[in-house]
Ligand binder design. Structure first.
Ligand SMILES: Cc1cc2nc3c(=O)[nH]c(=O)nc-3n(C[C@H](O)[C@H](O)[C@H](O)COP(=O)(O)OP(=O)(O)OC[C@H]3O[C@@H](n4cnc5c(N)ncnc54)[C@H](O)[C@@H]3O)c2cc1C
Length: 389
C-alpha cells in the first residue's frame, strides 16, 4: 500500500511527489499521458509575481525564491531566467491600466516600477517597438522551460523512490468508511491512504463522484513557437488588456500566446515519441491574430517562421484563484487544481504546500483564500482576472 497516490504529473503533481518523497513517503505518481502533457507543457511558463491577486502574491514570491536554486536542487535543468517582466501600454487608453497596476502592486509590497517613456522601455528591452508608450517592470520576474522543469521534478522524485505510472488513467478514487483507500485505474488498483488530485481541467471527473465540485470554465489560449530569432529579449512581455504575451526561450525561439478564447471542445490524442499526448488545435484566424498583435510590440517576431503551434486549456475558477485544500469530508483527500492560468510559477511552492497538507500539518503559506468551500457562497463574484503569463 502506497502512502500517497498523486493524480497528475503536471508541475503541481510532480513538485508534490518530489516534496513528499523528500520526507520519506512512499509515493505513486500517475498520469493518463505523461509529464507536462497538458497545461504544464502548453504553458508560456512565465515565472511572474506582477499582476497577481493579493492572496496569491505571497505564494508567487515564495516560489520565485525557490526557482532561483531549483535546478541545482533537482540536479536537472529548468532553464530559469530572471530576466524581468514588462507589461506594456500600447495606447493612451492603456496607460492608466498600467499606472494602476504599479500603484496597487507597490502597495502590496512588490518591487514594480513604471517606465513612463518609450526610451526608458527600449533602454531595457531594445526589441520592443517604438510605438509602445508605457510599461510596468518587475525585475524579479522571469521564465523557465516547462518540459525541462517538470522532467527535472519527476527525475528527482524517482531518484528519491517515487514510482511513476504514465499512460495510466485514474478512473475513480476509492473510499472506505469516509476515508480514501486508493484509486482504480484503467490498468488496476493502487491502494493508498492519501490521494492528491492534481489533474488540472479533469479534476472534477474525480471529485464529483465524491460529492464535490470546483466550478471551472475551460477557455483556450493559442500558442505559437517560432524558429530561433537573432533578436534578444530577456523579459517576459505582457500587455495591458492581456490579448497577447510572449517571451524568448533559452534556445532563441519565441513562445507567444493569445488572450483567452472560447474552446471549441475538441481535444485529440495522438501518438508521439513520448507516448500518447493530447492536442488541441487553434484556429488559423487566432494564429494570424497572435502574429499581428505580438509583432506590433516586438517587431522582430512579425517576420518569424512559426515552427510549432497548439492551443492550451486553462482550469479557470470563478475568482481565478486555485483550490489548495485538505479539509474535505473524505479524509485523506487533497485537492490542487484550478490554477486559472498562473500555476506554473507557483509549482515549486504548490509542491511544498501540498506536502504540508498531505502530512496533516498547517500549511507553511497562508491558504485560507484557496478553500474549496468558498464557491458554495458564490454570490456576485467579480469578473475573473484575465491575465495569464
Ligand atoms: C497557454 C498557457 C499559458 C500559460 N502561461 C502561464 C504563465 O506564463 N505562467 C504561469 O505561472 N502559468 C501559466 N499557465 C498556467 C500553468 O501552465 C498551469 O496553471 C499549470 O501548468 C497547471 O499545472 P497542473 O500540474 O496543476 O495541471 P496540468 O499541467 O494540466 O496537469 C494535470 C495532469 O493531470 C493528468 N490527468 C488528468 N486527469 C487524469 C486522470 N484521470 N488520471 C491520470 N492523470 C490525469 C493530465 O494528463 C495532466 O498531465 C499557462 C497555461 C496555458 C495553457
Amino acid at each position: 500500500m502506497a502512502d500517497v497516490v498523486i493524480i497528475g504529473a503536471g508541475i503541481s503533481g510532480a513538485a508534490s511527489a518530489y516534496e513528499l518523497a523528500k520526507e520519506g513517503l512512499d509515493v505513486v505518481l500517475v498520469d493518463r499521458f505523461g509529464p507536462a502533457a497538458m497545461a504544464s507543457g502548453w504553458t508560456l511558463a512565465g515565472v511572474r509575481q506582477s499582476g497577481r491577486h493579493p492572496s496569491e502574491l505571497p505564494l508567487a514570491k515564495a516560489a520565485v525564491e525557490i526557482w532561483n536554486t531549483l535546478a541545482e536542487e533537482l540536479d536537472g535543468p529548468t532553464h530559469y531566467q530572471r530576466g524581468g517582466n514588462l507589461r506594456l501600454a500600447r495606447t493612451e487608453h492603456e496607460i492608466p491600466v498600467i499606472e494602476t497596476l504599479v500603484r496597487e502592486q507597490n502597495a502590496a509590497g512588490l518591487d514594480l516600477t513604471l517606465l513612463s517613456s518609450n526610451a526608458e522601455i527600449r533602454a531595457l528591452a531594445p526589441a520592443i517597438s517604438e510605438r509602445v508608450m508605457v510599461a510596468s517592470h518587475c525585475p524579479t520576474d522571469g521564465s523557465a522551460d516547462p518540459a525541462s522543469t517538470v522532467t527535472a521534478f519527476v527525475e528527482a522524485a524517482k531518484r528519491l523512490g517515487v514510482t511513476t505510472r504514465f499512460g495510466e488513467r485514474v478512473l475513480r478514487i476509492e473510499t472506505s468508511g469516509g476515508r480514501v483507500s486508493g484509486v482504480v485505474t484503467d490498468k488496476g488498483t493502487i491502494p493508498a491512504a492519501r490521494v492528491v488530485i492534481a489533474a488540472g481541467i479533469f479534476g472534477n471527473e474525480l471529485l464529483t463522484p465524491l460529492g464535490y465540485e470546483v466550478p471551472l470554465q475551460v477557455p483556450m489560449v493559442t500558442v505559437l513557437r517560432s524558429t530561433p530569432i537573432d533578436a534578444t529579449l530577456r523579459q517576459v512581455i505582457g500587455v495591458a488588456n492581456a490579448d497577447c504575451a510572449g517571451r524568448q526561450e533559452y534556445n532563441g525561439r519565441f513562445r507567444v500566446t493569445s488572450g483567452l478564447q472560447d474552446w471549441h471542445g475538441v481535444m485529440k490524442e495522438s501518438e508521439t515519441e513520448a507516448g500518447i499526448r493530447p492536442k488541441v488545435l487553434p484556429t488559423g484566424q487566432s494564429m494570424a491574430e497572435v502574429v499581428k498583435l505580438f509583432g506590433e510590440v516586438v517587431p522582430a517576431f512579425a517576420g518569424a517562421q512559426v515552427e510549432e503551434f497548439w492551443a492550451g486549456l486553462l482550469d479557470m475558477t470563478p475568482d481565478a484563484l486555485p483550490v489548495l485544500d485538505n479539509t474535505l469530508e473524505t479524509e485523506g483527500l487533497v485537492v490542487a487544481m484550478g490554477f486559472s492560468g498562473h500555476g506554473f510559477c507557483l509549482g515549486p511552492i504548490t509542491g511544498r504546500i501540498i506536502c504540508d497538507l498531505v502530512q496533516g500539518r498547517p500549511s507553511r503559506m497562508p491558504i485560507e483564500p484557496f478553500g474549496i468551500r468558498r464557491f458554495s457562497a458564490l454570490r456576485n463574484m467579480p469578473e475573473p482576472a484575465t491575465l495569464h503569463g
